[in-house]
Design a protein around this ligand. Structure first.
Ligand code: RET
Ligand code: FE2
Length: 619
């Protein structure tokens, strides 16, 4: 287990040629990009959570039936700062780090204050996003890092906040046929409001005035949704789109902003500020893409937690959307490294099975319909939507399949009617051992499995000119718990789920099992062929048509998520060193019932912080 989760992985800077068995379809050409955590120990310090690990980028270059593999750590500012200090100095999801234990009282105070609304990490380890011709490694903070998809070099750091007021943003954007990118982020207590902001990065126009300029510069706010609570916005990991609508779930899995503002001084991680509120409902926000406004009906459902939207579409005046649901927010708890050991199976038991559910919402609610009546008349589903008073609708989903995660579809069907879900099959453990093709129409499935093998999220690549939804191949990177078996790239026929080929590489590959991977664009056809620079080696330049995917994903929490300061003369100070204001804020946020006072107090802290910032040259 340690080998798979916790041990630092070596980079494979020189491309290695894989041993291919079977036959890779000649049309499959391009680069498959992947991302995930590769390093969990720096010097003598160790991260607490698997999601904290430093991003390791991977690529599989597929050309003329051959496969080359390489990997490189993302040279994020976080990576550089950690490596230079030879310890973890930047806080991550499950680990709070203290960079400057030797600072004087003023700089400590400043450091605490700047953690009220912190500058989060740029360790972009979750996904790869495509924007025009540019590729970015992404996480869920406001930072993304451009990368060179051929060499895996790290390029500039981009802060979404430069273009749109978001502190957090998902790693699962959507793309339309023209290449526009749509994403959602959270704007925390900005001008007295907390909002979910849907933003659009327009596709560059070929030959247009803007050619060569980063599309990010043209990022625009598409619309925003006011959060139900100013200080507890929902956490979300993805969202859904159809041709005319955007689906955003405001779920009762919430970030506590006051806890976050005081986490640094309390020595707890960001993860500890995230909690499931089983007493609240899940609000389903629907935005009309034509008017850029929420539809007037207020939809809601029972409390649940969703990480992955599968797909959504419109049919006969209804909006259908499929998501993988949990009964609580404990999934992220399972990925504390302390639990990912030999007793992993016992420690990492899910409290609820990841379940594929279909929600169906009536787009136009008949004002005269009786309260309590079911507004869904579609014969294809058992999902219901019950009319309530005051334009409210309570949605009851149809259960489609229990035990799958990391869903993928043929992205040509995104927002459109579709039939197949490709996913990792999981039971009571969040680590998948099988790949599944689930047929929504017949409710039947096909599985691929091999002993000791842990597959990553399956990625669908369509055959050029394909007409059928499942005419294509499935790619998945597989690691094995059997030390005798090398990691390999699996190629399946998506229709029959039979193995077409596998390409094994004798390198240490990190686990990508619970990955969130996403396809950017299939590299198909000869025009996508990279030019050879040296015979036998994959090129560093060339292909424009790339398939990119990132990888990922998911124990009880360790006793403390605080990272101890380094041993030495200068330990982090006790309370006497702490700035009185912040201490009181911490105390208040834990004990006070009166959130209004806290809110005012929070603003006071922000004001002091702003003042200190303006004086920051004195520190
Ligand atoms: C650092 C940081 C965050 C990081 C979250 C991460 C890293 C989530 C990873 C999720 C994955 C991999 C899910 C797969 O299904 C938050 C909580 C957004 C906010 C505070 C700062
Ligand atoms: Fe994901």
């Amino acid at each position: 287990m340690e080998i798979i989760f916790g041990r630092n992985k070596k980079e494979q800077l020189e491309p290695v040629r894989a041993r291919v068995t079977g036959k890779i379809p000649a049309w499959l050409q391009g680069i498959l990009l992947r991302n995930g955590p590769g390093m969990h120990t720096v010097g003598e310090t160790r991260y607490n959570h698997w999601f904290d690990g430093l991003a390791l980028l991977h690529s599989f270059t597929i050309r003329d039936g051959e496969v080359y593999y390489r990997s490189k750590y993302l040279r994020s500012d976080t990576y550089t700062a950690n490596i230079e200090a030879n310890r973890i100095v930047v806080s991550e999801f499950g680990t709070m780090a203290y960079p400057d234990p030797c600072k004087n009282i003023f700089s400590k105070a400043f450091s605490y204050l700047s953690h009220t609304i912190p500058d989060f990490t740029d360790n972009c380890l979750i996904n790869i996003m495509r924007c025009g011709e540019d590729f970015y490694a992404t996480t869920e903070t406001s930072y993304i890092r451009r990368i060179n998809p051929q060499t895996l070099e790290t390029l500039e750091k981009v802060d979404f906040r430069k273009y749109v007021a978001v502190n957090l943003a998902t790693s699962h954007p959507h793309y339309d046929a023209a290449g526009n990118v749509l994403n959602v982020g959270t704007s925390i207590v900005d001008k007295g409001k907390t909002k979910y902001v849907i933003f659009k990065i327009p596709a560059p126009v070929p030959g247009g005035r803007k050619e060569g300029r980063s599309p990010l510069k043209d990022t625009e706010v598409f619309c925003s949704i006011a959060a139900h609570s100013l200080l507890s916005p929902s956490y979300y990991h993805s969202f859904g789109v159809t041709e005319n609508y955007i689906i955003f779930l405001e779920q009762p899995f919430k970030l506590d902003i006051l806890k976050m503002a005081t986490a640094y001084i309390r020595g707890v991680s960001w993860a500890s500020c995230l909690a499931f509120h089983g007493e609240d409902k899940t609000h389903i926000h629907i935005i009309d893409r034509r008017t850029r406004k929420p539809v007037p009906t207020k939809y809601h459902t029972d409390p649940m937690v969703v990480f992955h939207h599968v797909n959504a579409y419109e049919e006969d005046g209804c909006l259908l959307f499929d998501v993988i649901t949990y009964e609580d927010g404990s999934l992220y708890q399972l990925f504390y490294l302390a639990n990912l050991n030999e007793d992993f199976k016992e420690n990492s038991r899910l409290t609820s099975m990841p379940t594929l559910k279909r929600f169906v919402l009536p787009l136009h609610v008949d004002k005269n319909a009786e309260v309590g009546s079911n507004l869904i008349k579609l014969s294809s589903t058992t999902a219901r939507a019950l009319k309530e008073k005051d334009d409210q609708v309570y949605c009851q989903p149809e259960l489609l399949y229990e035990g799958l995660e990391l869903p993928h579809i043929n992205y040509a069907h995104n927002g459109q009617p579709y039939r197949y879900v490709f996913a990792a099959a999981v039971q009571w453990s969040p680590i998948p051992t099988k790949i599944i093709k689930y047929d929504i129409l017949t409710k039947s499935f096909l599985m691929w499995r091999e002993e000791h093998c842990w597959p990553a999220e399956p990625l669908f690549v369509p055959t050029p000119g394909a007409k059928d939804e499942d005419d294509g191949i499935i790619l998945s990177a597989i690691v094995s718990t059997d030390p005798q078996k090398s990691p390999f790239l699996l190629v399946l026929d998506a229709r029959t789920f039979t193995e077409l080929a596998s390409a094994s590489v004798d390198v240490e590959m990190h686990l990508i099992s619970m990955g969130c991977s996403s396809q950017m664009q299939a590299g198909t056809g000869k025009q996508a062929l990279p030019r050879r620079r040296r015979p036998g080696l994959p090129p560093d330049g060339g292909p424009k048509n790339l398939t990119a995917w990132r990888l990922w994903s998911w124990g009880p929490a360790p006793p403390s998520s605080r990272l101890s300061p380094p041993r030495g003369r200068c330990r982090r100070g006790g309370p006497s060193f702490h700035f009185a204001l912040i201490l009181s804020a911490a105390a208040l946020s834990q004990h006070s019932e009166n959130r209004t006072h806290l809110y005012l107090f929070f603003h006071f802290i922000l004001a002091v912080r702003t003042l200190l910032e303006s004086q920051s040259n004195i520190y």
